[in-house]
Design a protein around this ligand. Structure first.
Ligand code: GDP
Length: 431
């Protein structure tokens, strides 16, 4: 999965021109790479269809070249297909692990505790797996090696009792990770034990530990465990040893359970918090993508979020549209003005400038019903056009007039700003 997706990006970056043929080739390459990584066929189709559609229809963001544009689309669509990450706040918590035998639970218990220890928290593990005889020694050793607190009872068979005592003995610790027994299948006995341990420990989080090599089967297992005891997030282990990692990742997306961590080797430090954006960036070749995304961010900031951009050039309804988009991200227009470099603040008393989410939506729908000519030159919008636009957008002529009134108010304001007549606090717009 790793090398083939990187190759796709390389192919795009090296191409002399971006045309339909290249897009089709890229889409096929992405498909092949995802199928090889065991991603569900339906998801592969969704991802590749979306890449194709966007690559052939979306306008290239100005400032990006067509190659960068395609890479951005590939990145975004693959990211969409990967399960979400799971943020655990750094505070006192109990984490209970569940999963089948051999999935990597015991190793993961130590890895998670170490993760928190590395963040400066007091972390410990409880050896609650009384089913697999070697689990106790294994966890004890790992805990010693990593400097973690440990509680276990070698001869005790009652896991519930161990967990209860462990929580008492380790109550000074910030984070306690509870290892539990697995079986070869999710059977009644295992479900009973998991439930009882959850009852006495009242964990803040229950993580399911899944072996990446099971690929797409991950979704079935996760669903079954979720139904039996309720799962907050998944830890995918043995990511290093399989070509099927994509299957487990996309399975998580499919069932909507986030991924907290991934295990990338047998050693305790072979472990990372799952960060979808970083992960996909790496799949595609980190350097290129990171630089590209930074560039995109800059452009978006400059184009949409820079209030000064509103002052440049002729002010049309297209700019109003952009402003509304920006407001979605930045808040009301008065806030945008506060960000202007010459640092004045504008208190907008004018009703015309008051903007609610509903109004914003309505204005956008109205603008979607306008012709290009009307958007660029709103002056031509007379009463018969107003009627047509209202019908086309399912609104009333009054609504269309309200939008035009908003536009005129903004335009006037822009004019004043451009002339250097900066509005002062408390300005009333004399319209
Ligand atoms: P448990 O039965 O669920 O407690 O599983 P263990 O923690 O004993 O792990 C089973 C095997 O998988 C052990 O040999 C571990 O060293 C190995 N293992 C666990 N996590 C990883 C991982 O992320 N990568 C690799 N390569 N091996 C792992």
């Amino acid at each position: 999965m790793l090398s083939s997706l990187k190759d796709v990006v390389k192919k795009i970056a090296r191409s002399s021109s971006v045309d339909k043929k290249l897009v089709e080739e890229i889409v096929r390459d992405v498909q092949r790479a995802l199928i090889k990584a065991d991603v569900n066929v339906r998801q592969v189709k969704e991802i590749s269809d979306a890449i194709k559609k966007r690559a052939l229809s979306e306008e290239v963001l100005s400032g990006l070249n067509p190659r960068e544009h395609i890479i951005k689309i590939v990145y975004e669509e693959i990211l969409r297909g990967v399960g979400e990450g799971f943020d655990i706040p750094l505070k006192k918590s109990k984490i209970m692990l569940v999963g089948l035998q051999g999935s990597g639970k015991t190793t993961t218990a130590a890895k998670i505790a170490k993760y928190f220890k590395d963040k400066g928290m007091k972390a410990a593990v409880i050896a609650g797996d009384t089913h697999r005889p070697a689990a106790y020694e294994q966890l004890k050793q790992l805990a010693e090696q990593a400097g973690l607190g440990f509680f276990g009872k070698k001869e005790e068979k009652d896991a519930v009792k161990i967990v209860k005592e462990g929580l008492e003995a380790l109550k000074d610790y910030d984070v306690i990770v509870i290892d539990t027994a697995g079986r070869h299948a999710l059977e009644e006995e295992l479900i009973e034990e998991m439930k009882r341990i959850a009852e006495v420990s009242k964990p803040d989080y229950k993580f399911l530990v899944l072996d990446a090599s099971i690929g797409q089967l991950a979704s079935k297992q996760a669903e079954a465990f979720n139904e039996a005891v309720g799962i907050d997030a998944i830890v995918i282990t043995k990511f290093d040893g399989t070509a099927k990692g994509g299957g487990a990742l996309s399975a998580a997306r499919l069932i909507g359970i986030p991924i907290a961590f991934i295990g990338t080797g047998e050693k305790i430090e072979d472990f990372e918090k799952f960060d979808p954006a970083g992960f996909v960036s790496r799949l595609l070749g980190m350097g290129d993508i990171k630089a590209l995304l930074e560039k995109v961010e800059r452009i978006v900031k400059e184009e949409e979020l820079d209030p000064e951009a509103f002052l440049k050039g002729k002010f049309t309804l297209k700019d109003v549209y952009k402003q509304l988009e920006a407001m979605n991200k930045m808040g009301p227009i008065s806030k945008i003005f506060e960000m202007l470099p010459f640092g004045f603040s504008l208190k907008v008393d004018d009703e015309a400038l008051e903007m609610t989410q509903e109004k914003m939506k309505k204005f956008k729908v109205i603008m979607d019903s306008m012709t290009e000519e009307e958007l660029l030159n709103p002056k031509i919008i007379d009463s018969s056009r107003i009627r047509r636009i209202a019908i086309g957008s399912g609104t009333t002529p009054q609504d269309v007039k309200e939008l035009l009134n908003y536009y005129n108010t903004m335009k006037n304001l822009m004019k004043r700003l451009k002339k250097g007549k900066l509005p002062i606090k408390g300005l009333k717009l004399g319209l």
